[in-house]
Design a protein. Structure first.
Length: 289
């Protein structure tokens, strides 16, 4: 069932667990996420990127998620969220069609511009009772990682400054804050880390839920520690893509005579569901619906 994200996060903070925010772009991945949440009785965030919206259509992808949430996951709380929104027209469209949470990602802008854009989205969303997540600090992706390895950038300088985070939240009044504490977008096992001391400092100064992006390559121990140190939401995308592709590749190669797309795609749904269940258990949100 669709529930306000603010309500879900308040329970997570009180209960000492984190909610998994899983990206989708099609029916199969959406079904897998919803089935995992229903099976484990866990609250869940199902989210789309701007590219997922462009792949289909804002109304189409929203209604797909909504219908699955109200049927397959009808007994657990579900929030529908826009991940890494940078295009204001898409953010407005998501608010209009019914998303109950949006992420304004102006983290690559200067501090003043980030504040201005975050405040603007906060005002737009407030009228529709939509939660707003903003981002402070830079979370590397593949291209940034190459620059890091070449010594062109310093990871320390990219991370969220705790005092600046406190000021940012006070100025913007956003509902949640995505922070940079050493994780990387993608999956780079062994390279992804969490500066736990920085995280604890931010948590002590910022009195709103904290969101960890780029967590696909983190070992369970680090994820659990991050949750204990104040993270309320953990975003997962790359892991789902990897298990989906691996299973699909296997189906296509082992069952060459099958032409029914449902038979080809079902193993991928099963694999993604298993991965979502694994993450839910790590985050401690099973049986918290």
């Amino acid at each position: 069932m669709i529930k306000p994200l603010s309500e879900m996060l308040a329970k997570a903070e009180k209960g000492g667990y984190a909610i998994g925010a899983f990206n989708t772009s099609n029916l199969e991945i959406t079904l897998a996420i919803a089935r995992a949440a229903a099976k484990l009785k866990a609250p869940i965030i199902i989210q789309t990127s701007e590219s997922a919206i462009k792949y289909s259509n804002t109304t189409v992808i929203y209604n797909l998620i909504k219908n699955v949430a109200e049927t397959v996951a009808r007994k657990v709380p579900v929030a529908i969220h826009l991940d890494h929104g940078q295009d204001l027209s898409i953010i407005k469209e998501c608010i209009k069609v019914g998303y109950n949470s949006v992420h304004i990602d102006a983290s690559e802008k200067d501090f003043a511009t980030n504040v201005r854009l975050s405040k603007k989205v906060r005002q737009l969303a407030k009228k529709s009772h939509v939660s707003v997540q903003s981002e402070l600090g830079s979370i590397l992706g593949k291209e940034g990682l190459v620059r890091l390895e070449k010594g062109e950038i310093n990871m320390e300088e990219l991370m969220t400054d705790p005092e600046q985070a406190k000021k940012f939240v006070k100025l913007t009044k956003v509902d949640a804050l995505a922070i940079a504490v050493g994780t990387i977008h993608g999956r780079f096992v062994g390279l992804e880390k969490v500066d736990q001391e920085r995280l604890k400092k931010i948590h002590s100064l910022v009195k709103i839920p904290l969101v960890l992006h780029g967590a696909s390559g983190l070992p369970p121990k680090d994820l659990k520690e991050a949750v204990a140190n104040g993270v309320s939401v953990v975003n997962i995308d790359t892991n789902l893509r990897l298990v989906f592709k691996k299973s699909l590749w296997k189906s296509m190669n082992q069952e060459r005579n099958i032409i029914d797309p449902r038979a080809i795609l079902t193993p991928s749904i099963v694999s993604v569901q298993a991965e979502v269940e694994r993450i839910i258990k790590i985050l401690g949100s099973a049986n918290k619906a």
